[in-house]
Design a binder for this molecule. Structure first.
Ligand code: NAI
Ligand code: A1CAB
Length: 271
């Protein structure tokens, strides 16, 4: 394995997020993956490129993954994790993307000594434009951390925190963030139709406006506030719209409440 190649992976759960990461890793040249996924349909899009097994007992004997990516629902962790304890060892790091599941509980379920990294990615990983924040658990070696960094870096940007509690607000902001942006596209489309635009034009406009603004944000050195100001002509149309959206009780308060609620839910999921 070279410095930049990806290690053999075991993906546990190939749903929306596990599938998005797998798509990004395959695009980046991952050449060996076993996927534990009870629903064959979830892996249909990756046929011929990965090996699917329905349960941990069916993992090919001798398969030694560099990383085991835990992408099942948090509520399934307690029942599912103990079957993977036999894979724990210096050659293997567990990378959990489950919202709320704490490192201590996962280590206990994996036999007590497993190297566990808790990470929070987001679905733009499917097009290798994700953002993941990761936190290493006790006993994670520099090599295991470097391997996780390489894996996560293959599907977007990566940041590391040493304090596990920070993953809860990260989950609220960047983990769920794409949903808020997609909601904006939905609402923009609906409002366009309300103003008399044809439905297909409204849909194209809303998608292209959100996608184009994201691309400009990514490419620009200017702050997001300055990019907003650049659109807002004095006494013009945008100013009228922003007076509605930026009223203290409107978007500023709603988004603060939304992020606080999601952060709290992430803490609750820790059990
Ligand atoms: N959807 C998202 O945008 C994000 C999700 N996450 C986390 O990723 C995890 C998965 O979320 P989603 O992909 O949205 O859910 P999902 O429901 O789409 O995927 C879960 C998958 O796990 C499979 N599964 C169920 N039991 C299993 C078992 N015992 N062994 C192996 N596979 C099993 C299911 O068939 C399903 O395909 C959750 O813990 C969530 O908190 C994290 C960041 C973002
Ligand atoms: O909604 C959830 O619980 C997961 C975590 C962040 C995005 N999806």
């Amino acid at each position: 394995m070279t410095e930049t190649s990806l290690p053999p992976l075991l993906l546990v759960g190939c749903g929306k997020m596990g599938g998005a990461m797998l798509a990004g890793w395959l695009e980046r040249g991952l050449d060996e993956a076993v996927v534990v996924e009870p629903h064959a349909a979830a892996v249909a899009g990756f046929a011929g490129r990965v090996t699917r097994v329905p349960d941990p007992a069916s993992i090919p004997a001798g398969f030694r993954p560099g990383a085991v990516v835990l992408a099942i629902k948090p509520q399934e962790a307690a029942a599912t994790l103990p079957a993977f304890a036999r894979l724990a060892g210096p050659e293997t790091v567990f990378l959990s993307i489950m919202a709320g599941r704490a490192i201590g509980g996962m280590r206990a379920a994996l036999g007590g000594e497993a190297a566990v990294i808790r990470a929070m990615p987001n679905t733009p990983a499917a097009v290798r434009q994700g953002f993941t924040v990761a936190c290493p658990g006790p006993g994670v070696t520099a090599a295991q951390r470097a391997l996780a960094d390489r894996l996560l870096g293959a599907i977007g940007e990566v940041a590391w925190v040493e304090e596990e509690g920070l993953i809860d607000p990260v989950t609220a902001v960047s983990g769920g963030g794409p949903a808020y942006v997609f909601l904006l596209a939905e609402l923009l489309e609906k409002a366009a139709v309300e103003q008399g635009l044809p439905a297909d034009l409204a849909r194209r406009m809303a998608r292209a406006t959100v996608a184009g603004s994201g691309a400009l944000l990514a490419a620009s050195a200017e702050s997001s506030a300055q990019l907003r100001i650049n659109v807002t002509s004095p006494k013009g149309t945008t100013e009228r719209a922003l007076a509605v959206l930026m009223a203290p009780e409107a978007w500023p308060a709603a988004l603060s409440r939304a992020i606080a609620a999601a952060t709290e839910r992430s803490r609750e999921l820790a059990g």
